[in-house]
Design a protein around this ligand. Structure first.
Ligand SMILES: [Zn+2]
Ligand SMILES: [Zn+2]
Length: 289
């Protein structure tokens, strides 16, 4: 029996302006896409003009490709002990949130941050207080905390940490969760096998996270289980393997959840690998069982 698949797509480039993204999505056969709303290595981007937003909405309409998420700049670190970095991070988050609102993009994906040299408790408390200080997100925009590989003491590497981050900021309705399969594996969740997958689901139930997952990043991993080194690989060509993706795609809790690839590309307009990875994922539906 073939089961209905969740909405699938990829992270695509916005080279040439945000309005180019839906067209790229269409080229690779995506139903959903994720974008950076500006250069991801910059604190602030060029202000979005009303015209950019209009063109973007027009392209979304024309192509039927939904932009479900803006991935925040990697520079943002709400876990930092440095006051100046914290302030810049909060401003940058506000900038991202207003871009999402302007473009009508429902999710803003953010890595929670790093505790740096400090114990994780201190980092978690700082992220939580920064999110409290930030306050509410614009109407229609939900912040998704992404689980991490745990590289460089990054926070959000376990389901427990994610729960503590959520509780710490008061678990508001506009903060939820995005899961990345490569990060799970790299952080030590052995989702390659059935028992590791069940273990993860068990933890998600204990920490009440299952209903909070709003999006998946589907990436295989170049590095080993528990490496805490974040390197994405094409689906089925890494250490995780195809079975894990079959299980994610088939789980009833995730049936309606958008899932995007963040797998390697050779340049902004390398559509070939996204097309192949999407075909691999679609081929997994209802297979092997
Ligand atoms: Zn990711
Ligand atoms: Zn990653």
């Amino acid at each position: 029996m073939r089961v209905k698949l969740p909405p699938l797509g990829a992270h695509v480039s916005t080279a040439g302006g945000v309005s180019t993204a839906p067209g790229r999505g269409k080229t690779i056969g995506a139903e959903v896409i994720q974008i950076f709303s500006k250069q991801q290595t910059r604190w602030m981007g060029k202000a979005l003009e009303e015209d950019d937003a209009l063109a973007f909405r027009g392209e979304s309409e024309r192509t039927g490709v939904r932009t479900v998420a803006i991935h925040c700049a990697y520079l943002i670190n709400l876990g930092t002990a440095r006051e100046s970095l914290r302030t810049r991070s909060l401003y940058a988050l506000e900038d991202e949130a207003s871009r999402a609102a302007m473009l009508g993009v429902p999710y803003l994906v953010m890595h929670p941050g790093s505790s740096g040299e400090d114990p994780e408790d201190a980092g978690i408390a700082r992220v939580a207080s920064a999110l409290k200080e930030f306050g509410r997100f614009p109407k229609g925009v939900t912040l998704l905390l992404e689980n991490t590989a745990g590289q460089g003491n990054s926070l959000g590497r376990s389901m427990e940490q994610i729960r503590r981050l959520l509780d710490g900021c008061g678990a508001p309705p506009d903060v939820a969760v995005c899961l990345d399969s490569a990060h799970l594996f790299e952080a030590g969740y052995d989702i390659a096998g059935e028992s590791g997958w069940e273990f993860l689901l068990g933890e998600m139930k204990i920490f009440g996270l299952l209903p909070l997952v709003r999006m998946w990043h589907l990436n295989d991993s170049k590095t080993d289980l528990g490496s805490r080194v974040d390197r994405h690989q094409h689906i089925g060509q890494g250490k995780i393997g195809l079975d894990a993706f079959r299980r994610i795609l088939a789980h009833k809790a995730f049936r309606e959840i958008p899932m995007v690839l963040e797998t390697p590309k050779d340049g902004e307009d390398d559509f070939e690998m996204d097309i192949r990875n999407l075909a691999t994922l679609r081929g997994l539906a209802g297979s092997g069982e």
